[in-house]
Design a protein around this ligand. Structure first.
Ligand code: 1HN
Length: 352
């Protein structure tokens, strides 16, 4: 290659006409964008946001009057992040919504590559079926429908049932890994005993010797509320995390890892008056308030919550929780994209 030398500096108009001629070849000068790309810390368009149950619930019930489950495929009000206009996303990686199924309704069978989780908020009598296993669902239960498992829902009770859905759909779309398939019939045959995964993998650390799941998701598909709450409340609170209080993870009982390969899920307790220390991490979080009354401060702004409220915390935002009650515990359910960040060596956490 010939050596390039500048005897005279280039004229500004020479540079700008050079730059203007690049776009037609789909070329661009990196030196103009490097500062925006290599930010010292993550920059997110996601905004902290609180969705209030008293605003969601009546609108979801109204949707139940106006739209049938059959017409909707799934009757859900999406929790749309105000910083991500036009996107179906609660954070940049996580989607969440509140689903309603009325007595007698069926939400037909399908499968897709996004992983889904559910936390039941209200109502008895609903069930989900995952790959031929019927799973009755009651308030507080945490239920998985992992990547590519056939699933449908029904309500055999007498009251509306509502739950929080959490999916890794924005991440799957970014990665262009979306596949979806409807089942040929509305419902799938029941090929396993009811709650089979609880019988096999949900009995307190006792696992079958003749089989051991090697799947990338938890083989336990339901974590029942009674056991989860009891596990949380039976722990002492002295040694708890300064940042999270007493916090338990819903883990894969075989590996001890996250219940789903892309999403980690947690239940945490804040004792009356407890205030956690501020921290931040390179994972985004969706919180659901299960019990109590408190407040989460995110980058200096306070979000006050009561049961049923949902809170989105963007990545790398400083946050701290406070239980504002003097006599009642607060319990938060949450899910995050931390497993993805850890797998890619992008996870960081910082105390402030
Ligand atoms: C889905 O399949 C369900 O099965 C709920 O209940 C919410 C949101 C986006 C894409 C698929 C369900 C969903 C979803």
């Amino acid at each position: 290659m010939a050596e390039v030398t500048h005897s005279t500096p280039p004229h500004a108009d020479e540079v700008s006409s050079f730059l203007a001629g690049l776009a037609q070849f789909h070329l661009g000068p990196l030196w103009q964008v490097l500062g925006q790309q290599l930010t010292p810390t993550p920059t997110s368009r996601v905004r902290p946001h609180l969705w209030r149950w008293r605003e969601i619930r009546p609108r979801l019930l109204r949707a139940g009057e106006l739209v049938s489950a059959a017409a909707a495929e799934r009757r859900v009000l999406m929790l749309l992040n105000p910083g991500l206009e036009g996107q179906v996303a609660t954070t940049h990686t996580l989607y969440s919504g509140i689903q309603l199924i009325l007595p007698g309704e069926v939400a037909r069978t399908h499968r897709h590559t996004p992983n889904a989780l559910r936390f039941i908020m209200e109502g008895q009598g609903a069930y989900t079926v995952v790959d031929g296993e019927k799973i009755p669902m009651a308030p507080g239960d945490f239920v998985l429908t992992p990547n590519w498992t056939w699933h449908d829902h029904g309500n055999e009770g007498t009251e509306p049932v509502m739950w929080l859905d959490g999916l890794d759909m924005p991440l799957v779309r970014l990665l262009e890994g979306m596949f979806f398939e409807p089942y040929a019939q509305e419902t799938q045959p029941l090929t396993k005993p009811t709650d089979a995964s609880t019988a096999e993998y949900g009995k307190g650390g006792l696992l079958p010797t003749w089989q051991r799941s090697t799947s990338p998701h938890s083989p336990l598909l339901k974590y029942a509320w009674r056991e989860a709450r009891e596990a949380l409340m039976s722990l002492g609170t002295n040694a708890a995390s300064p940042f999270d209080g007493t916090m338990l993870e819903y883990v894969n009982p075989v590996t001890g890892g996250p219940a789903l390969p892309t999403m980690a899920s947690f239940l945490q307790r804040l004792t009356p008056g407890q205030r956690t220390a501020p921290h931040r991490h390179s994972s985004s979080t969706v919180y659901l308030v299960v019990e109590g009354h408190g407040c989460t401060t995110i980058d200096g702004k306070a979000y006050e919550w009561t049961p049923g409220d949902v809170l989105a915390v963007p990545t790398w935002c400083v946050h701290a929780h406070a239980n504002l009650s003097t006599h009642q515990d607060a319990i938060l359910f949450s899910f995050t994209d931390a497993p993805v960040m850890r797998a890619l060596n992008l996870y960081r956490e910082e105390a402030l």
